[in-house]
Design a protein around this ligand. Structure first.
Ligand code: ATP
Ligand code: MG
Length: 429
């Protein structure tokens, strides 16, 4: 439509990059010579949302698909390593592509012209290279978020970071202090879920340490333990590598040993110990995730996993019911996944096989499927039953309910209302 109205228009950025990689793009951005008012005129019969009209961006819904269309523009004078002080509309596609962060993100395409590649992006895409468009240091000075974007794309795409770009990322890392927590964490989570997350973490931990200072103590921290052949950072990277790319799991892996340096001790036989590092790690992770403005649900799940990652329990229904009661069935599965990945980060002779954890999963599955009682929620009596027996709400009620639950889990009582009430009436709980 833009072309028929006499303007230039190109698909640009991520959608071109992903198409050339053979992936289906998640969203489509278009860049055009049309000024905002001209775009509005072209799409006057379409559903248009003025998402960022000041910056020249309109969203047009075509068959319900949102397409973001932006007027060719250049970003002027970054004063705070974050926001351009003004944007100026540009006359040519070339200027618009020159403001983009990496060569692989500076490709444009239209049916008329085919791929337009002014900065060698197609070559870098082919070779798997993340390289800044133009002078790296200047580009990071303009917008420090690009430092994290560079690491994120390298991790997600499994690309190498070109030498000068890499040197500039390290050189300019302190600028990340000027980037908002929300933007850092949204890049961090994508980075952690990328296929090369472990590699990037090992090479660029000093960069991430700028906004997660707790990380710096892990690097080079030797464990002095027969089960380990890596320092804490190396072990952490290995655990990330061995856990599925789900945000909660990758975050839990990233922070599971964050408190090891704080809880280190060494005994007479020169063996290192990290007593209490799991609960302390959960506390530290909570503080970090809060600072980075992660949502409460993610925070809670990640911290629970970290708190319990060292718990050892028998593969018996009783023991497993206690754990299910403590953390719930869905986190229970994630906990076993973390424990297995943690094993894979140790010396091969100290790793439990997958079948070891499968047994734990199977027992829990049966408990859940058969509707067995493992928590107060599933107990056949509740607060209102106790009130009708004359017990008033408060600590006493909680104590009685927990004592009943314990007996049910131990198999001393069956989870039936009459039986439980009888037991309460005996008065010896
Ligand atoms: P994805 O959508 O998978 O995160 P993307 O490359 O589409 O990747 P977006 O954040 O959607 O990333 O940005 C679209 C395009 O805008 C990028 O491909 C890039 O050309 C440009 N761009 C985005 N952020 C920046 C930035 N901070 N500096 C320079 N160019 C940027
Ligand atoms: Mg995009």
């Amino acid at each position: 439509m833009l072309e028929s109205a006499g303007f230039e228009a190109y698909a640009v950025g991520g959608c071109v990059r992903d198409s050339l990689l053979g992936k289906v793009p998640t969203d489509y951005d278009v860049t055009s010579s049309a000024a905002p008012d001209e775009m509005k005129a072209v799409f006057k019969n379409e559903h248009v949302i003025e998402t960022g009209i000041k910056h020249g961006t309109l969203t047009v819904l075509i068959n319900k698909n949102p397409i973001e269309i932006t007027t060719f523009r250049v970003d002027k004078e970054y004063l705070d390593n974050r926001h351009p002080s003004k944007v100026e509309f540009a006359r040519s596609l070339k200027e618009d592509l020159a403001r983009r962060d990496f060569t692989v993100n500076a490709l444009a395409y239209s049916q008329k012209t085919g791929i337009i590649d002014l900065f060698g992006g197609a070559f870098d895409l082919e070779k798997g290279i993340i390289r800044c468009v133009g002078d790296s240091e200047k580009r990071f000075d303009e917008d420090a978020l690009r430092i994290m974007r560079g690491l994120r794309f390298a991790s997600v795409l499994g690309f190498e970071i070109e030498e000068k770009t890499s040197a500039a990322i390290k050189e300019k890392r302190e600028l990340l202090k000027n980037v908002s927590a929300e933007r850092l964490s949204s890049e961090l989570i994508k980075l952690l879920c990328g296929k090369n997350a472990a590699k990037i973490l090992l090479e660029y931990s000093d960069v991430l340490s700028v906004f997660i200072p707790e990380l710096s103590a892990l690097k080079g921290f030797e464990q002095h333990h027969f089960r380990h052949d890596k320092d804490v950072l190396g072990h952490t990277a290995a655990v990330i590598d061995n856990i599925p790319p789900k945000p909660v799991l990758r975050l839990a892996a990233f922070f599971h040993d964050i408190a090891k340096p704080d809880s280190f001790s060494i005994d007479e036989s020169k063996t290192g110990h990290f007593y209490g590092h799991a609960p302390l790690g959960a506390e530290k992770a909570e503080a970090i995730l809060s600072r980075l403005r992660f949502d409460n649900e993610t925070k809670k799940a990640v911290c629970e996993l970290i708190r319990h990652h060292e718990d050892r329990f028998e593969p018996s229904p009783k023991a497993i019911k206690r754990v299910l009661g403590k953390i719930g069935p869905s986190l229970y599965d994630d906990l076993l996944t973390l424990m297995y990945a943690d094993d894979l980060g140790k010396k091969p002779e100290y790793q439990n096989p997958k079948s070891f954890y499968d047994e734990y999963r199977l027992i829990a599955k049966k408990i859940v499927e058969e509707g067995e009682c493992f928590s107060l929620k599933k107990l056949a009596v509740g607060g209102s039953d106790l009130i009708s027996l004359g017990i008033s709400p408060g600590p006493e009620m909680g104590r009685i309910l927990n004592a009943l639950l314990e007996k049910v889990i131990n198999g001393e009582l069956s989870n039936e209302k009459e039986k439980l009430i009888e037991e309460i009436k005996k008065g010896c709980l």
